[in-house]
Write a protein that binds this ligand. Structure first.
Ligand code: BGC
Length: 725
């Protein structure tokens, strides 16, 4: 018996060692190949791989079989082909792609499976377009409601950020397309993004701004990272030794490619030594003049940059090329574009993103079988959004607007009274938010027409919110209000039709205080991608039950929001200090006991849920253990739906200030009416730590912690105390 046990153990050990040896040798082999290629390269050839040779391509070395490297913008679709040497579109006929709802919509689904599904589609389409790197996901923390790029980012919470980024990256890279996690780091505003110097405490850096990037690299295995435009603690992100060498390379063990954002390089020697690999988008006509071109050759020749540093950069690029089968293997498949499955994925993403903010008297869902007439009002009923936002804009194969979908699905049964309601008064001005000036004009002619349409309809649906003149890269919004006199429009329509539904199409927070008491129902449906209209029509009719939750807090007013309450957005004299520290988003609202309009994590459904029987496997834990949390979720209503159970944790007694609660785990649970499911969530005790600046390390202080289970940060229904030894 003893002998046979020993034999089994020996066999087991042998298998493990054999597996290890095999995987080791694959990596070793790869590294050997990389080194032997580098040995054959001239300095000119090496440097040729370290800067772009056009807008989105990087040279290879033909004589050694190293192909050109092709990059493309994401993050929510593969961008259309751009001319090699200017920013105009190339006018290809085969580059219309699938357009997903942007980042905040993805995060609002609270469904990591959708992030995975998106990654697969993006990978397949990037492959079809022969792209090797897709510039996404974009995961900067939503610090201010005004950041122009909030729509493209995901959330104010580092845990939700990581939970979405990791599956996106894994899926994309499983299709042999490298992800590029951006923008490293602290690109949390667009105003002065190319000149602002960001400072924050080490604790805020560690607890809020780094976790998404860390998870993307250590769990997601991201092959490339894009350095942001801004400075961080006095140094540009593209040449920031602390960020790029110390944290990214040494701490996170990043072995991939660190590239600049487009035109974010500022030096040769400093950037080279700090660990930047690839220079993109520099605004100098002759590519030889770029920092990582002739000046780098000169710096090597003068001994200012060791050859080993150049070799390291080339190795990083070759490594990613090998891992994505650009080099070395012949098995790259061709990819596919715009299949029905891809379009279904875009639809799923839009359908699961929508957040039902309010539904007094259960006005929604609408029974289109019984209604005789509806009014469809508002510029966003007919506006297409996929083509906006700047670098994330998508030339989509098609985009279904809400009006088109409603007409198609219900037009035969229901009379649709259409009114413009308000006009888009803004203009898009790249690099300047001046297009948003004077956009609060109330157009009474349009309002009167809308009121007439609403009067003769059973239900009025107003499609409002923002568009990409507001939610865009390269500038911030000037305020958080609904533009174009929409509040007046909504109030006037609601006066004549009590059955008024407002659908908000926007990617970042808006002030809703002026409408919440006027209309019974508000559905936040985001920029919905190519299937936006189909999804919103199905949500309004109840074919789909809303299951999204806000990925950011909706403040009553801008002044409530931390960076604005403290007056440090967008900074002064090109400097911004994140004084709110770790109290970003709901961490601020809950800790300071400020009631927002709608809290982080909030969203209603057409059914109801109960969260019950919260328990843990033990009461007391060691610091290296995992807390196994269990509870049940029951659908107590009459229709199928999904609830996002959110587990927050607080540390009531601690030597430093801790937020009132922090999200540590969540699960989206799909349930038939009456169905109960038991959910198990695991939280590592080490995840309860704060970053201890004195010790320069994560620290879990022994004592009690409170587990808080709820369906938003504002609605905790069960608490449970555990103790850490
Ligand atoms: C953006 C990046 C983008 C790049 C290339 C920059 O302006 O900040 O996110 O990938 O342009 O278009």
């Amino acid at each position: 018996m003893k002998n046979s046990l020993l034999r089994t153990f020996a066999l087991f050990l042998f298998v493990i060692l054999a597996i290890q040896a095999k995987s080791l040798s694959k990596n070793d082999l790869q590294e050997q190949k990389i080194q032997s290629l580098i040995k054959k390269m001239t300095l000119q050839e090496k440097v040729g791989m370290l800067h772009a040779n056009s807008k989105f391509y990087v040279s290879g070395v033909k004589r050694l079989g190293i192909p050109e490297w092709a990059l493309s913008d994401g993050p929510h679709g593969v961008r259309a082909e751009i001319n090699r040497h200017n920013w105009a579109y190339a006018g290809w006929t085969n580059d219309s792609s699938t357009c997903f709802p942007p980042g905040t919509a993805l995060a609002a689904s609270w469904n990591p499976k959708l992030a995975y599904e998106r990654g697969i589609v993006l990978g397949e389409e990037a492959r079809f377009r022969k792209k090797n790197v897709l510039l996404g996901p974009a995961i900067n923390i939503i610090r201010s409601p005004l950041c122009g790029r909030n729509f493209e980012y995901m959330t104010e919470d580092p845990m939700l950020n990581s939970a979405m980024a990791v599956p996106y990256i894994k899926a994309l890279q499983s299709k042999d397309v490298a992800a590029s996690v951006k923008h490293w780091l602290a690109n949390n505003q667009e105003d002065h993004r190319t000149s602002v110097d960001v400072t924050m405490s080490e604790r805020a850096l560690r607890e809020i701004y780094l976790p998404g990037f860390k998870a993307s690299i250590t769990e997601g295995g991201a092959y490339t990272v894009m350095a942001a435009y801004n400075k961080f603690r006095g140094d540009w992100c593209s040449e920031n030794d602390y960020l790029d060498r110390e944290i990214l390379r040494k701490e996170f063990g990043f072995k991939g490619v660190l590239m600049t954002d487009w035109d974010a390089a500022h030096s040769t020697v400093k950037a080279a030594l700090a660990g930047l690999d690839l220079e993109m988008g520099t605004d100098k006509k002759d590519y030889n003049d770029w920092y990582f071109a002739n000046p780098l050759i000169k710096a090597v020749e003068e001994g200012k940059v060791p050859m080993s540093v150049v070799d390291e950069k080339v190795a990083n690029i070759l490594r990613v090329m090998m891992k994505t089968k650009v080099l070395g293997e012949k098995s790259r498949d061709n990819g596919i574009m715009n299949t029905p499955e891809h379009q279904k994925a875009a639809y799923n993403s839009a359908a699961e993103a929508a957040v039902l903010l309010q539904n007094n008297g259960n006005l929604l869902p609408l029974n289109f079988g019984k209604l005789k007439s509806i009014a469809v009002i508002g510029d966003n009923a007919t506006r297409k959004h996929c083509g906006g936002g700047l670098s994330s804009e998508i030339k989509t194969l098609y985009e279904i607007t809400p009006l088109v979908a409603i007409q198609k699905k219900f037009g035969n049964n229901v009379k649709i009274n259409i009114a413009q309601g308000y006009e888009k008064q803004s203009t898009f001005n790249e690099g300047s938010n001046s297009g948003q000036s004077n956009t609060d004009k109330v157009d009474w002619k349009l309002i009167d027409e809308a009121v007439e349409a609403a009067k003769k309809s059973d239900v009025a649906i107003i499609f409002g919110g923002l568009n990409h003149d507001f939610d865009s890269e390269s500038f911030d919004r000037q305020h958080m209000r609904l533009p174009y006199g929409q509040e007046t429009l909504i109030r006037e329509v609601a006066k004549v039709n009590p059955n008024t539904v407002v659908v908000i199409i926007a990617g970042s927070p808006l002030e809703l205080g002026g409408i919440v008491n006027r209309v019974p129902s508000i559905l936040w449906s985001w920029f919905g991608g190519m299937e936006a209209g189909n999804a919103v029509a199905d949500l309004l009719s109840g074919k789909v039950n809303p299951s999204g939750k806000m990925p950011f807090t909706l403040p009553v007013s801008l002044e409530q929001s931390p960076a604005h309450a403290l007056g440090n957005f967008p900074g002064r004299d090109l400097k911004v200090n994140y004084e709110e520290d770790i109290l970003v988003g709901y961490r601020w609202f809950d800790t300071k006991k400020i009631a927002p309009q709608f809290p982080f994590g909030y969203g209603l459904s057409y059914t109801n849920f109960e969260l019950e029987a919260l328990s843990t496997d033990k009461n007391t834990y060691n610091k290296d253990e995992t807390i196994r949390v269990k509870f049940s979720v029951k659908n107590t209503g009459a229709v199928y739906g999904a609830e996002v159970a959110q587990l927050y944790v607080s540390d009531p007694v601690c030597t430093v200030l801790r937020p009132a609660k922090e999200l540590k785990a969540f699960d989206k649970v799909f349930l038939q009416p009456g169905e109960i499911k038991v959910v198990e969530l695991n939280v590592k005790v080490s995840d309860l730590a704060f970053y201890d600046e004195a010790q320069k390390a994560w620290n879990v202080e022994a004592g009690d912690f409170i587990l808080q289970l709820g369906n938003s940060s504002g609605n905790i229904v069960r608490n449970l105390k555990i103790t850490v030894k």
